[in-house]
Design a protein around this ligand. Sequence first.
Ligand SMILES: *Cc1c(COP(=O)(O)O)cnc(C)c1O
Length: 360
Amino acid sequence: MIPVTKPFLPPVEEFKKYIDGIWQRQWLTNMGPLASDLEMKLKQHLKLKHLLFVTNGTVALQMAIKALDLKGEIITTPFSFVATTSSIVWEGCTPVFVDIDEYSLNINPSKIEAAITENTSAILATHVYGNPCDVVAIEKIAKKHKLKVIYDAAHAFGVEINGKSVFEYGDISICSLHATKLYHSTEGGLVISQDAALLKKMAYIRNFGISGFDSFAELGLNGKNSEFHAAMGLVNLKYIKRIHQKRKELTWGYDEKLKYLKAVKPIWHKDATINYAYYPIVLESEELLLEIKTKLDGNEIFTRRYFYPSLASSLPYLESQSLAVTDDISQRVLCLPLYYDLTLEEVDLICRLMLRVQNN
Ligand SMILES: *Cc1c(COP(=O)(O)O)cnc(C)c1O
């Protein structure tokens, strides 16, 4: 069986060493020493001034929306994981969907302005598959209309644009450190901001809004993460180079063997590095996609229609809406297996099966 993804697990002895330390200190959660150490090491690794380690990527999104005091409408992408949209609704705001660019699969900046109304407070865009949005165009629109920008960078761990972390863009960026992500702490998330005051506000929010023994500074929630999760994050960080290298080799393996498949890959941001978080392809037709998926399923090889269906047309709490490019792409996009333990032989098998379907 080949799953679409599989969490990276470090040698258990290395994790156990951290667990022994937790037993000695008897400090399990509430910004413990491992959580602080993880924040420090991630800042070094990502060359960032400020970040916070939080419960998960979804809570990170909610904290970002709350910290920026967003109200009314938030312009967002329909081509993302459901948490991008549900967080907006959960925070009492209204998502306004703007169609994606057919090449990058990110929100199309040239369509944003038409969606801005007097109730618009922000743009929440996803760097889909880790491929950065047109951050320059989005920033220009945001400045002109006095809008805040949040990036859902859940897929974009380690990506840089012109040598600068993708997390530096926007008023706030968030990342997910969920087990299925490229780099993980079992469950976990990050909020990142260049603005120290905003980060301080989010630090209060993360801890129920508490600012002192008997005082509260903000409306908070519980966004803390535990020492156990921090331990996983710390051990995995040591393997990040190896993880990156392995995924790169697998990606090149797919690229080489799928040259003649009737499919295209998203066009990557020209100034950005690639983190090999996913292997998405957009097939020529949904029919071909379904044939390939069925064939692979039959061989116990599992792919995922990520992201299908469009968020604009599938959520029971929102009125359904069609968006031409998103509807088209989401019907034809498929993510192939990609994870650290996958082998080039398995990639070869997957590709051969796929090409056999197409050439039949
Ligand atoms: C995974 C993911 C999230 C949610 O992160 P969790 O850590 O699972 O809460 C949000 N947005 C996108 C695009 C994601 O892929």
